[in-house]
Design a protein around this ligand. Structure first.
Ligand code: SF4
Length: 361
């Protein structure tokens, strides 16, 4: 049973440092916080009463201050023909979010959501058509991983913040979650297995990089400001030059490479000229480019380019010495692929999507 948000703070909403502060504020030794972390995340106990190496007084104090249940509830699981699984979760206020588990050779990647909806309105993304409803709390973000990992026998190896929402638009909670994921006494995941995707909130990229080093995937999708302004309105605030400058400065983990994501939209950003412009833009930058043929979803107006067009685009980029991969589309039949998550919210036929429709025809 999930608790109402107003009832009490879920202890999973606190970062390891914040739990430690609670402990020291109560006059106890900091190592008690590490014990608590191990009980919650290592052993997954459902109540404070089971933390048997803590004093009764501390357990009572924890019970008085926090809750420790699941903050989200699984309402539906769907399996794609290709083995991808999509999970629909209900939140305590009735809102819904989705997470997608993508199994692959030797790695099981979980794509998690950071917001209900998204305000940034990228014209090729279903979540963007929902609009922003609210930020997820840290426990709601963490529980997507904890629940899916539990359901799948602890097999999740990698986490990408590419589900619903712009993670950097929920920066404080994102940082709390990343600290919990990476703390050796909490979830102890290597930062090399965590990837944050952003549409380009430039000042927040710096703020994130000042606090933690994880993989960064920048959703670029156009080689010029004129085109990017059309399909990603955020570009009007933070144009490409500023975005590239912030991206190359971001501290990715050792031996990891900055990634740029490029969704290929037929007749919009997939021409030879676009590929040459992109090659010139990224040439000399230590990066990888992931090409993502658009996953067609109603009511979005765009179409996916042909296989030949995608290969032609890749070849031009490679002629600039750029490392380019074509991302396999996974979970398309269950609307679990990139840009298809809307958690059953009604999507809006916005002015922008109508304009894009006209451009794509
Ligand atoms: S692509 Fe990302 S940033 Fe853009 S609307 Fe979708 S969820 Fe938001």
């Amino acid at each position: 049973m999930i608790r109402n948000l107003k009832e009490s703070i879920n202890i999973k909403d606190l970062s390891p440092k914040e739990i430690e502060k609670f402990i020291t504020d109560n006059g106890l030794e900091p190592f008690r916080a590490r014990q608590i972390g191990k009980w919650i995340y290592g052993k997954g106990v459902p109540s404070f009463d089971e933390m048997t190496d803590l004093s009764k007084d501390l357990r009572e104090a924890l019970k008085g201050a926090f809750s420790l249940g699941d903050s989200i509830e699984l309402s539906e699981e769907q399996m794609s023909k290709d083995g991808t699984k999509k999970y629909l979760f209900r939140l305590s206020d009735g809102n819904q979010i989705e997470s997608v588990l993508i199994p692959d050779k030797g790695r099981h990647t979980l794509c998690i959501s950071s917001q209900v909806g998204c305000s940034l309105g990228c014209t090729f993304c279903l979540t963007g058509t929902v609009g922003r409803i609210r930020n997820l709390t840290p426990s709601e973000i963490l529980d997507q991983y904890l629940l899916v990992n539990r359901i799948n026998g602890g097999t999740v190896t990698n986490i990408v913040f590419m589900g619903m929402g712009e993670p950097l638009d929920n920066l404080d909670n994102l940082v709390r979650v990343l600290k919990t994921f990476t703390d050796p006494n909490y979830l102890a995941l290597s930062p090399r297995r965590l990837t944050v995707s952003t549409s380009g909130l430039v000042p927040k990229m710096k703020e994130l990089g000042d606090q933690i080093s994880v993989n960064l995937a920048v959703s670029l999708n156009a080689p010029t400001d004129a085109l990017r302004n059309e399909i990603m309105p955020i570009n009007k605030r933070y144009p490409i030059k500023e975005l590239i400058k912030a991206s190359v400065k971001f501290p990715v983990p050792t031996r990891k490479t900055l990634m740029f994501e490029y969704v290929l939209l037929k007749g919009v950003n997939d021409s030879d000229k676009d590929a040459y412009d992109l090659g010139k833009l990224l040439s000399g930058i230590n990066c990888k480019v992931n090409l993502i043929p658009f996953n067609e979803s109603q009511p979005l107006p765009y179409r996916s380019p042909s296989r030949e067009r995608v290969l032609g685009f890749q070849e031009i980029l490679m002629s600039f010495g750029i490392n380019v991969r074509i991302r396999k589309s996974r979970g398309r039949d269950i609307l679990g692929a990139c840009g298809q998550l809307a958690a059953e919210y009604p999507v809006r036929n916005t002015k922008k999507s109508r304009r894009a429709n006209e451009a794509a025809v």
